[in-house]
Design a protein around this ligand. Structure first.
Ligand code: SAM
Length: 494
């Protein structure tokens, strides 16, 4: 049909096509007012998939914005979310099926068309949508919404591919595709992860004392939607839990939302609670909990603060102490201001953390360094991240991660504590950074599992991970702790 460059040009053009709100004129309601035409969940899902593919959009930002704009809620919004996230996660599997039935490499199919096929494949192979509806409704997405040029050519192609996909069950497709493959190649298809991430995660499991056999469980956990979790920062956790969900298993300030929209929780609207993964809550609380020698007036520092999730936890526990919240991005510094609007002890600073820390030597008693990282621990939440990240990203981040940790140590007073955290279990971003830095800096690695044990009331073995120098670090895992894959090292300044 087209080559890859055509694919980009044609599909880019398709963005100008009519959106869900632009189709039809809508009828009139009982009062004679014109009603907005009802948006179609498949069309929204397809638009997000296409924008993620072509324009590097983030599904977790774009989809909620589209749902809000089209006022889609309830079962339609849930179906649209499942179609979008599910299709993105299992892309590798669906692409293999599409290549098999279309006899064409997927990079030679234009994005608007390919993403309709992926969307259809997800409905047929992973959702309880009747085959005929999955096929005809998805063909309708293309024929009614894509550029006329694309629609005329592609509807038949999408129809033919989807019909052939319905000829076999999910299990039959997996069996056929995996025949003769190595273990890792099989995992690539069955769990839909790139090979380099599979290798990195196996290495991380083993380096943290876990069994490599757990790898499949971990990869499968990335394909299970994460529960919505709130951190409640004003001491009303029990009340929030009673009304909206249940207390989290590990974090003493967490609530798992069992129903409703987080935006409708009063404490969230007031900035006294926020959506935050339990793992993120735990690592911030661990810094608060760790034993440190400090004076009441000593300020705390969050050196990579944007968008302010962990800063909020620190601010809520700092009492009258000031929390300096630094971020190199101006936009993300603004987000910190908004996130911490309920607290008057936060000073948001837009500056490179390395410069800020060096300009404020031996000033802080508790310092959080939540470094920019690959995000391989948050794949449950960012369904497209596994396809966007590259192995070269890891090497590129190593320098700034080390510099931020080194300068954070400089900014810490003797007897103070530094928490080095990442939302990635990749050893090059976690253990290797901490091992390198503690060799050269005046710090001692603390017993992070013990701190988390005190915080959660669970035995320290729950958090048992690797040993660095004479101390212990923590690696949280989605398949074990049901959190994001956060890493935590607590360092005491000599
Ligand atoms: C993992 S995010 C931090 C998340 C944040 N702690 C939270 O819980 O909401 C890393 C942040 O580091 C910031 N960053 C990257 N390089 C930086 C630098 N040299 N100095 C300070 N901040 C930096 C990024 O802009 C990003 O906001």
């Amino acid at each position: 049909m087209t080559d890859a460059s055509d694919r980009r040009n044609n599909s880019r053009g398709s963005r100008g096509g009519r959106g869900p709100g632009g189709r039809g004129r809508g009828g009139k309601n009982r009062l004679g007012h014109r009603e907005r035409p009802k948006a179609n969940p498949r069309v929204i899902a397809w638009e997000v998939l296409r924008d993620v593919d072509l324009n590097d959009a983030y599904a977790n930002l774009l989809l909620p914005a589209k749902l809000e704009r089209t006022r889609m809620s309830g079962p339609d919004a849930a179906m649209c979310t499942e179609m979008t996230y599910g299709t993105l996660r299992a892309r590798r599997f669906y692409d293999a099926v599409i290549e098999k039935v279309s006899d064409r490499p997927v990079d030679q199919i234009e994005a608007a068309v390919l993403n309709a096929m992926r969307l259809g494949a997800h409905q047929v192979l992973a959702m309880r949508v009747a085959d005929h509806a999955a096929v005809s409704e998805t063909v309708g997405v293309i024929s009614k919404n894509a550029d006329t040029k694309i629609a005329n050519r592609a509807a038949g192609f999408v129809n033919a591919v989807l019909r052939r996909i319905t000829e076999k069950s999910r299990e039959e497709w997996l069996e056929e595709l995996c025949e003769g493959l190595s273990d890792d190649e099989r995992l690539e298809i069955t769990t839909s992860h790139p090979a380099w991430i599979i290798r990195s995660l196996r290495q991380a499991l083993v380096a943290n004392g876990r069994n490599a056999e757990e790898l499949t469980q971990l990869l499968e956990a990335h394909n299970t939607p994460a529960r919505v979790c709130l951190s409640v920062l004003d001491g009303t956790r029990d009340q929030v839990a009673q009304k909206h969900g249940e207390p989290t298993e590990l974090s003493p300030i967490g609530v798992t939302l069992t129903h409703g929209d987080p935006a409708h929780v009063d404490a969230v609207a007031a900035g006294r609670a926020r959506v935050q993964d339990e793992g993120s809550q735990l690592v911030a609380l661990a810094l608060v909990e760790a034993e440190a020698s400090e004076d009441p007036a000593d300020p705390w520092l969050d050196l990579c603060a944007g968008p302010g999730g962990k800063t909020s936890v620190l601010a809520a526990h700092a009492g009258t102490k000031r929390v300096d919240a630094v971020d190199a991005s101006a936009h993300r510094t603004e987000l910190v201001k908004d996130s911490t609007r309920a607290f008057d002890n936060v000073q948001a600073v837009n500056e490179d953390g390395r410069d800020f820390a060096q300009a404020n030597p031996q000033t802080y008693t508790r310092v959080l360094v939540d470094v920019p990282c690959s995000g391989l621990g948050a794949l449950r939440r960012r369904p497209e991240a596994r396809w966007r990240r590259q192995p070269s990203d890891i090497g590129a981040l190593g320098g700034v991660q080390r510099d931020l940790l080194r300068t954070a140590i400089e900014a810490t007073k003797s007897g103070g504590v530094i928490a080095y955290t990442t939302c990635s279990p990749h050893v090059a971003e976690t253990l290797m950074v901490v091992e390198d830095i503690v060799k050269k800096q005046p710090v001692t690695v603390m017993d992070a599992p013990e701190v988390l044990a005190q915080l959660t009331g669970k035995p320290a073995e729950t958090f048992e991970s690797a040993t660095v120098a004479s101390g212990r670090v923590v690696q949280l895992w989605p398949h074990i702790h049901a959190t994001d894959g956060m890493f935590l090292a607590l360092l005491k300044k000599d």
